[in-house]
Design a protein around this ligand. Structure first.
Ligand code: HEC
Ligand code: HEC
Ligand code: HEC
Length: 445
């Protein structure tokens, strides 16, 4: 993921109005291994009740991938799970903690109950309130058994001594008590309950999408205080300058016209003709999480997504008259057509099509702009795309975005503006040296 911008989600935002997150600068290496604490066995005891420690560790390994715990808890160049990823929020920087079983600097002394309370309820030992940069707002749907299996897995890892950097949050957000009100208003702890009118496959999918997979942390719009608008679950949200499109069943804006196999292919391989190549924050989701899921779990996720509520996009776009359509076309031919082809068809397996690509015509134009501004690192057989931030003005980027969104039968809105391109450019500058969640972490194969 090197070079792919950024930290992670909007979720993170506890209490501020503008909550775009991003990873910060690489920090100096500071990790070394530490003596394993003696009470690691405590977890093992609990886990033994369900088929032995090894089985719990294996389940926990799988679940930690489904929940994508590693990328956020791994700083640039640091060992996996040792923390140190600075996460920018609208109100300051939160540095993710070390969750290896190191006794002093990690969670080696934590009981099962303490671990469960953090992951499920967002409350740390001694009642410390956890910022929703840690997506407990979704993990609260996970069962106790699953959370405890994840702990068994984490406790099977090598302890890494890595001191947690001090958060740099601005007053009043540096006061954890400010989270009390936020929690009262926006947080309802509670494990997922099966809907008896739905199949087991659908319920498993709901559990993975809404709980462990925390898809809504990016794909659900948020209110001004950074809380997910659950009544509009999965109808699209903005994250790190990208637009995580509507993945509800809405036939126009969402996945309503897709098949189970198409959604599965996208999540498993990161590329599907109608959904394009996963890019921006979604590329990391595929790389570290969904591509490891079993065929059964991918079927469950797709089944849930294609049979949940239809929800139109939250923000109705205000189309801007494409007065500069001709300019956009000329700029596209000069800058983009050499790769994406004049007809927007791309080159199968190497360069994605922009014609008929759901991410390109999504209600909001952010992702098309962000791709141009940041460039993309390439994925699988797909080559890298260069950044145009230095060569194209905000106006030109907006013109190209509007052209791409409305050409070749694409029915997106011409609603990209130079102002939006400028805002996304500013996020990109801040992330210039960031490497993204999991950067430098060992591949999890
Ligand atoms: C989107 C990024 C993100 C993801 C995904 C994430 N975490 Fe966190 N986690 C954080 C941040 C940031 C904090 C610190 C919050 C704070 O200081 O209030 C945190 C805190 C924690 C803590 C408290 C540690 C301490 O010393 O206080 C634990 C335990 C934890 N996470 C475990 C997990 C597990 C297990 C998963 C996967 C199921 C996970 N996290 C996924 C960002 C994330
Ligand atoms: C860290 C934020 C983030 C998380 C978490 C996330 N997504 Fe995404 N997702 C995005 C962004 C941004 C895009 C747009 C870029 C692209 O198409 O790859 C996207 C695109 C998609 C698309 C393609 C939709 C389209 O119209 O192009 C699908 C399908 C999808 N995500 C499903 C999921 C599922 C299922 C999960 C949970 C397992 C999930 N996403 C979790 C950010 C996220
Ligand atoms: C050097 C070849 C190249 C050039 C030039 C190029 N692109 Fe790309 N583009 C790619 C590749 C390859 C990807 C997929 C990379 C990835 O996902 O990591 C991509 C991805 C995209 C995406 C995301 C679509 C998806 O499904 O992944 C958009 C939008 C996009 N390009 C727009 C543009 C625009 C607009 C221009 C001109 C300003 C442009 N590209 C110039 C090669 C290129």
């Amino acid at each position: 993921m090197r070079g792919l911008s950024i930290g992670r989600r909007l979720s993170s935002a506890a209490v501020a109005l503008s909550m775009v997150l991003a990873a910060g600068r690489p920090i100096p290496a500071r990790a070394q291994t530490e003596q394993a604490p003696t009470f690691r066995a405590a977890t093992a005891d609990t886990a033994t009740s369900k088929g032995g420690v090894a089985a719990a560790v294996a389940r926990g390994d799988y679940l930690a991938r489904a929940a994508d715990c590693m990328p956020c808890h791994t700083g640039p160049g640091q060992p996996a799970f040792s923390g140190g990823l600075p996460i920018h929020t609208g109100f300051g920087v939160i540095v993710s903690p070390n969750i290896t079983p190191a006794a002093r600097t990690g969670i080696g002394q934590w009981t099962d109950e303490q671990f469960y309370r953090v992951v499920h309820d967002g409350v740390g030992p001694h009642g410390k309130l956890i910022y929703p940069a840690m997506p407990f707002t979704s993990y609260t749907q996970m069962t106790r058994q699953d959370v405890s299996d994840i702990k068994a897995y984490l406790f099977s890892l090598k302890p890494v001594t890595a001191h947690r950097d001090v958060n740099r949050l601005a007053f009043p957000f540096n006061i954890r008590a400010s989270l009390i009100g936020w929690r009262l208003m926006f947080f309802q702890p509670g494990t997922y309950r099966d809907d008896p009118h739905r199949s087991a496959v659908w319920n498993r999918g709901a559990y993975l999408v809404l709980g462990a997979g925390h898809c809504g942390e990016c794909h659900t719009p948020r209110n001004g205080l950074g809380a997910m608008l659950l009544g509009r679950s999965l109808s699209g949200g903005v994250v790190e300058g990208y637009y995580a499109p509507n993945i509800s069943t809405d036939p126009d804006a969402g996945l309503g016209a897709r098949t189970v196999d198409q959604v599965k292919q996208f999540l498993h391989t990161g590329a599907e003709p109608h959904l394009g190549v996963a890019f921006g924050p979604m590329a990391a989701v595929v790389q570290y999480s969904t591509r490891y899921l079993t065929d059964g779990d991918l079927t469950a996720i797709a089944t849930y997504l294609l049979n949940a509520a239809k929800r139109p996009d939250y923000t109705v776009p205000v189309p801007i008259k494409p007065a500069q359509s001709a300019a956009g076309q000329a700029l596209f031919q000069t800058n983009c057509a050499g790769c994406h082809q004049p007809s927007g068809q791309g080159v199968p397996g190497a360069i994605p099509n922009l014609a008929g690509n759901a991410a390109v015509v999504a209600t909001q134009p952010d992702s098309v702009i962000a791709a141009m501004v940041n460039g993309l690192p390439g994925m699988g057989t797909y080559i890298a795309m260069p950044s145009f931030a230095a060569t194209l003005s905000d106006q030109k980027i907006a013109d190209i975005a509007n052209y791409v969104r409305t050409s070749w039968g694409n029915r997106g809105s011409a609603n990209a503006t130079p102002e939006l391109a400028g805002r996304i450019g500013a996020i990109a500058k801040r992330n210039a040296t960031a490497q993204g969640p999991g950067a430098g972490a060992p591949p999890l194969n």
